[in-house]
Design a protein around this ligand. Structure first.
Ligand SMILES: Cc1ncc(COP(=O)(O)O)c(C=O)c1O
Length: 492
């Protein structure tokens, strides 16, 4: 047990030990019936006399916090009056002042109130359309297990270190990623690829590098709430650029670039989260041109770009970018599984070295074992066939949702997504999706209210439905429940 002791201080050592243990017991860290270390062992490890520890234990016993059994040791006593020990410290407001002050600027993730409401809902079996993931069931855990084993057999202790921290990650994986991107028309040299712990970390390192105090980030309005939470946490000001069916509006963007001088533009041009919209090719060209004209970097989040179920592909912004203004970000979370925590960014020029330093500052390296395993897993042609399988499954699920939505009351409209994970639905005028949320929970269905995705948290009649997690018959049942909830609300 590590007890901090201040040996030059006025408080006797036995009292310091007693105080520390009493606090741990009151905070609930040391729980009832836990055995305290034998006085001789604790004295040795702390470098104090045994008498010092015996005195500390005796004081704790006198206060009823511990009890001793001759020959067995000293144990934490059960709390008095059934009160949990952990509560007493909190209820007497004994957090240090700096901790109390944190509450004033506390971050509350945008989705949190809704997640808590789902956790506390009365309905026993809520169909959740709230997920930001694909299904993990298509991924073959068994094949992955065998790949881990083969990598360990091949690389042994070599796979147990930090791996490459100087160039951006496991070199063969960076080459594989460059090949995959090349096959999709996105130019990337292995040296421009930086492996990150999920694409969330890629967004974080870019923002950390480019953001200065007082800076503004331009985002689509609406946009991915995880990016809003992240940017807010870093102290950025956020300005949302409205979208239409072609994506971010270039007239509004140009005005913002002219008047605000933002530090970066964050965009999800393909199968946008949350609307599912893909930016038209002419808008993509305009965006890249404007960014160059105004000397502003673009962060292109292509989190679901490969998950297309119909229609033609559009070029990635990175593919249109001749001047190295685009930092491209992608992830294996949506096509494979998020638990790998492997994403990456592609950037060229002096920015790469700086991003690499920020990445190292954050977590030294993304798991080297996971990078090696992923590389062994996706180079054997599995990636493309897995992608086809995922595409077939998600297309069916999307269609199931589109079919089920036909029963919605008049006035409910939605955008048909050509790919990705989400469907964006609008309620009849005047209905607030956040107000519908508890009504829907009572019916046994959950969604993400649109307000969560707006930088200004405005009330909204829109909501996001995930269609990739559940099988078609569950989707049909969930949409039926949603339809009932809308009817209940309209009737109110
Ligand atoms: C648009 C978008 N970008 C990035 C992420 C982060 O995903 P990950 O860190 O798992 O790659 C998500 C997750 O939901 C997302 O929706």
């Amino acid at each position: 047990m590590r007890i901090p002791l201040y040996r030059d201080g006025m408080t006797p050592l036995y009292e310091q030990i007693k105080l520390f243990l009493a606090q741990q017991i009151q905070a609930g860290t040391l729980t009832a019936e836990m055995r305290l270390p034998a006085s001789r062992h604790l004295a040795e490890s702390l470098g104090v006399s045994r008498m010092t520890v015996i005195n500390a234990y005796a004081e704790l016993e006198a206060e009823g916090l511990v009890y001793s059994i001759h020959g067995s040791g000293t144990f934490v006593a059960a709390p008095i009056d059934g009160l949990e020990n952990g509560r007493s410290l909190q209820s007497t407001n004994q957090w240090p002042i700096w901790q109390e002050n944190l509450a004033q600027n506390a971050l509350v993730p945008l989705k949190e109130p809704y997640e808590k409401a789902i956790a506390n809902a009365r309905h026993p079996n809520i169909i959740q359309f709230t997920s930001g993931m694909g299904t993990t069931e298509i991924f073959s855990a068994e094949a992955f297990r065998k790949t881990v084993q083969s990598v360990l057999r091949r690389d042994g202790a070599g796979a147990m270190g930090y791996g490459d921290t100087m160039h951006g990650g496991y070199a063969p994986l960076r080459t594989t990623i460059a090949h995959i991107l090349g096959s999709e028309g996105i130019p990337a040299r292995p040296d421009d690829v930086l492996i990150t712990s999920g694409s969330q970390q890629a967004i974080a390192v870019v923002a950390r590098l480019l953001l200065r105090p007082g800076d503004t980030i331009l985002v689509e309005s609406p946009t991915y709430e995880g990016a809003l939470d992240l940017f807010r946490g870093l102290g950025a000001k956020l300005v949302g650029i409205p979208m239409d069916e072609e994506g971010m509006r270039m007239d509004v963007l140009e005005e913002a670039l002219r008047t605000i001088r933002p530090c970066l533009i964050y965009t999800i041009p393909t199968f946008h989260n949350p609307t599912g919209i893909s930016m038209s090719t002419r808008r993509r060209q305009a965006l890249v041109t404007l960014a160059h004209l105004y000397n502003v970097p673009i962060v292109e989040d292509d989190f679901a770009g490969e998950l297309r179920y119909e229609g033609h592909t559009q070029p990635a912004l990175k593919a249109l970018d001749r001047h190295h203004n685009v930092i491209y970000i992608n992830t294996f979370s949506k096509v494979l599984v998020p638990g790998l925590r492997i994403g990456y960014l592609v950037a060229s020029g002096p920015v790469f070295e700086q991003l690499l330093i920020h990445k190292r500052n954050e977590d030294r390296s993304s798991s080297d074992l996971m990078q090696r395993t992923l590389d062994a897993y996706i180079t054997v042609g599995r990636y493309q066939s897995h992608l086809r399988k995922v595409g077939r499954t998600y297309r069916k699920r999307r269609n199931a949702m589109l079919d089920a939505l036909q029963q919605m009351p008049a006035g409910v409209t939605w955008l048909k997504p050509f790919g990705g994970l989400f469907l964006w639905l609008s309620l009849p005028d005047g209905l607030d999706a956040a107000a519908l949320f508890p009504v829907a929970l009572d019916q046994g269905v959950a969604f993400v209210p649109g307000t969560v995705f707006f930088a200004d948290k405005r009330p909204s009649s829109t909501l996001r439905l995930n269609f990739t997690i559940h099988e078609p018959h569950i989707i049909a049942e969930g949409v039926r429940r949603l339809e009932t909830a809308v009817k209940v609300m309209v009737a109110q």
